[in-house]
Structures are given as structure tokens and as C-alpha cells.
Design a protein around this ligand. Sequence first.
Ligand SMILES: Nc1ncnc2c1ncn2[C@@H]1O[C@H](COP(=O)(O)OP(=O)(O)O)[C@@H](O)[C@H]1O
Ligand SMILES: [Mg+2]
Length: 329
Amino acid sequence: MEGGKRIKFSFEEPVGQKYLFDREAELDALGKCESCFLTGPLGAGKTSLVKSYIERTGCSAVWIRGEKIAGSRSLVNTVIREVLKAKERSESKDDYKAAEIEIENYRDGKIDVYTFITRLFESIEHKEVCFILDEYSALRRIGPLFNHLNRVIFAFTKKRSLRIILTSSELGYTKLLLERKDLPLGLYVKEVKVMPFKEEKSVEFIALGMEKYGHECPKKSYSRVYPVTEGFPLWLSLVGLRMLEGKCNVDGIYDDERAQAFWIKRLMSLSEKERMMLRYIAQGRKFTEIGPHSRRVLASLYMKGFVASMKEIKIVDPVLNVLLQLGKI
Ligand SMILES: Nc1ncnc2c1ncn2[C@@H]1O[C@H](COP(=O)(O)OP(=O)(O)O)[C@@H](O)[C@H]1O
Ligand SMILES: [Mg+2]
């Protein structure tokens, strides 16, 4: 079995090193860069890679989940909690003295949030910490503090004094962050692309898992694995789970509540027009049909990673595309 690795079909729950399938090259790339930006569509396996990287290196993770952060207060509280957790785990607790002082200063109202963020980064540089900003671009919701965070991250990746790992599924926003003129993160942060598996690997993943759990599906069902999932680990995992439940019909995924709920939840964060445009694109209609501002709506879908580019107008996620086409969601 693949590098002695085990298979786990885990839907919506990132896997760690033990179950990470076929990502040696990406793990090596992560190991080589000082600070990295993992990019790739939702469900490609970015969070799983970060989790495996942390397990492999043993760095103490201060982990921020962009999609869970509602505002600047929630960001600050999460950062504080994570740094204190890192201290608890650490054998050299003195390393966190400076951080604790800054946390106290901030809580006592002696320093503002901007100063606090800068000083907190300073207080943990050169330490065992790795700073994880998972779904980083989602943090733009927090407003001006996001700009400040960008400046701080730029400065620290330039100094190379702190390991920072960013991830994002929002392809357009990621490009913007890496290439923007005033703070081109890409200068000091290496982009590591996380792409879906190739066809052969996709089928191998499912076949090995089935073998391991002692289940079987007719050979012909395997021929639908790649066309349906396009190698997205997220969908491969759901196909695998379904097969273990005795559901060998791969196309049945479109009627699976888990697949539908996954996208219904995420579509709720879009505007009415954005949702309508996605539907039009899935149905092969012209995006301009939604009326005024259609370019702007398309640009927004591109920024958020729903469509691959402004030229090749295609929905990135293969399952979302069919769910919309069939009117299942
Ligand atoms: N290399 C992998 N091997 C096995 N399962 C994976 C792998 N990458 C991702 N998965 C599975 O696919 C799903 C999506 O992965 P995740 O890491 O959350 O993707 P992303 O962060 O890019 O959205 C998870 O349920 C995870 O268990
Ligand atoms: Mg993720």
C-alpha cells in the first residue's frame, strides 16, 4: 500500500500524516520553504497537508481558521487562545513570557489591537511556533485589521524569522494577495499548489480503501470515479464512504445529502446574483444573461474561487456544477 500508508475516507474532516495519500511532493515542498502559501480549490486537501506537515515537523501550531473568524475581536481572541495553548504544550514556557506580557497589555487597554498584533508576532519569532492561517483570504471580512495583518505577515516573511503557512481556496483573492503592488506576499512566500489527484491515483485511492475495509463494488462503477470527482480528495472520500455503505453507484453522489448540504451551506455566503450566475453557467447559458453588472458578478465569483478564470468560464467544483445543472440545489 502507498508508502505503507493507510486509507481513510473522511468527508469534511481533514486527515493527518497517517492517512495522507499521495502528497509526498507537496509535503517536501512545504518542508523546503520558509513561509508558504498553499493554494488550490476547496476540497483539494490543503488543510490535510498543513495538518500532516505539523505532525511531521512537530512545530507548535498557532492555528487560525479564516472561515471561522467573524470579526477582529474573534481573531484576537483566537490568536490569544492559540498562543496560550502553544505555551501549555511547550517545554520552554519562558519563551512565551513576552507574549503573555503583550496579552496583558492589550487586555488592560494599554496598547491597541494593531500594536498588539505586531508585538505578538515579534514575541514569538525565532521560536518553535509555526503560524497557520488556514483560509487566510476569508479574513478580509475583519476589515482594516486584515490590511494590518497583511503588512505584519509581509514583514515577518521578509525577515524569515517566523514560519508562516497560509492557505486559501479563493483563487482570485489569492492571486491578488500574492501579486498586489504595495505588499506582494509572493516575494517572500512560496506558493505551493495543491491540485486534485490524477485519474490513476484517484481510482487507486478508492480501490485501496475498499480492499482495506474488505468491501467490493462491480468493476464498472470504478470507471465513473474520476469523471464524477475529477480527483478532488473531498469527493473521492465521499464516494469511498458511500461505497463502504454499499452504494456502488458513483453518480448517486448527486442525491447524497452530505454533498448537497456541503454546497447549500457555502452558497449561502454568496449574493442572490452570484448564485443565479452559477446556475446559468452550470446550465450552459451565457453569464451576461443575468443582466446589468454581470461582469462584476463574474469577477466576484472568480475572486472567491467558484469559477476558474474570467476567460474560461467554468465552475471549479465538479460536483457543484452537476448539482446546479440538475437543479438539485
Ligand atoms: N491526501 C489526502 N489523502 C486522503 N484524504 C484526503 C487527502 N486530502 C484531502 N483528503 C480528504 O478530503 C477532504 C478535503 O480535504 P481538506 O484538507 O479539508 O481540503 P481543503 O483544505 O483544500 O479544502 C477531507 O475530508 C480530507 O479527509
Ligand atoms: Mg481547508
